[in-house]
Design a protein around this ligand. Structure first.
Ligand SMILES: O=C(O)CCC(=O)C(=O)O
Ligand SMILES: [Fe+2]
Length: 261
């Protein structure tokens, strides 16, 4: 691994350039629908990231949103109790790419060719590109006591997160893989209805600070349960596109960041 990445990633445990390691990660993601690499960042890197994240928490844009699981607008063609119109709540704070330091280990990781190559092998992607807009590539999310992310499917096909600080309790990531099939236009209203009624159990992912997590969030429904206790859950989302020149939609930027640039 190149020197810079050496300083950040625990390459002894996680040899990103090793073919066997990549195959193992790919197999785990295929088998479980998610991949957690514990202690991905070295403790020194995670401390730096945590220090910056705590110092910048006051810049975070906090919002509360009521949304359906599909993150689409209400649809009056369907009755009020239809999954298109049942809403859940999400509340969190967020700082955006332009607020994350140029020297942050997160940025070195995000831009690293070797990390891209590793992710491409594991995810089966050809190439990964930054967002075109200045806000969306690296985000840091904050969830204080009582804050949560309600059940949802992501718009992007895969998600990469890094937990920076665990809450004392709560704030658990729960998911059900392959809950819809976007490619086949299978929306799974029935499953969503049962899940929201509490009739389906989900998988809980255990992650500790420093863990890298990959999941296919477009088809895996997922949520983060309310944080309990006074330690903020802090998590970085590393967002990529499979094509160059893509910006996050203006409506999503307004919702999550409160501004466009
Ligand atoms: O906070 C997490 O662990 C997941 C974040 C997430 O699902 C999202 O940002 O869409
Ligand atoms: Fe998500």
């Amino acid at each position: 691994m190149k020197k810079k990445l050496f300083d950040i990633v625990d390459h002894k445990r996680h040899p990103l350039d090793d073919f066997k390691f990549r195959e193992q990660c790919k197999a785990l993601l295929g088998h479980d629908g998610s991949l957690v690499i514990e202690n991905f960042l070295l403790p020194s890197a995670i401390s730096l990231v945590l220090e910056e994240a705590l110092a910048k928490e006051k810049l975070a844009y906090y919002c509360i949103n009521e949304h359906n699981v599909y993150l689409t607008t209400q649809n009056s063609d369907f009755p009020a109790e239809h999954p298109q119109n049942i809403t859940v709540n999400s509340s969190k704070g967020c700082i955006t790419d332009d607020q994350v330091s140029v020297n942050s280990p997160l940025r070195i990781l995000y831009r690293s060719d070797e990390f891209h190559s590793f992710l491409c092998s594991v995810l089966g992607e050809q190439a990964l590109y930054e967002y075109e807009d200045p806000l969306s590539s690296i985000n840091i999310h904050y969830a204080k006591e009582g804050q949560e992310l309600g059940w949802h499917f992501d718009n992007s096909s895969f998600a990469i997160t890094l937990l920076i600080q665990e809450p004392k309790s709560g704030g658990s990531f729960e998911f059900i893989r392959d809950f819809r099939k976007t490619e086949d236009n299978e929306i799974n209203y029935e499953g969503v209805e049962r899940l929201l009624q509490g009739d389906i159990t989900s998988n809980k992912l255990d992650m500790t600070s420093g863990s890298l997590v990959l999941f296919r969030g477009r088809d895996a429904i997922h949520r983060v349960t309310p944080v309990e206790g006074d330690r903020i859950r802090i998590l970085s989302v590393l967002a990529y596109n499979s094509k160059p020149g893509v910006s996050l939609s203006e409506s999503a930027r307004m919702t999550f960041f409160g501004r466009l640039h």
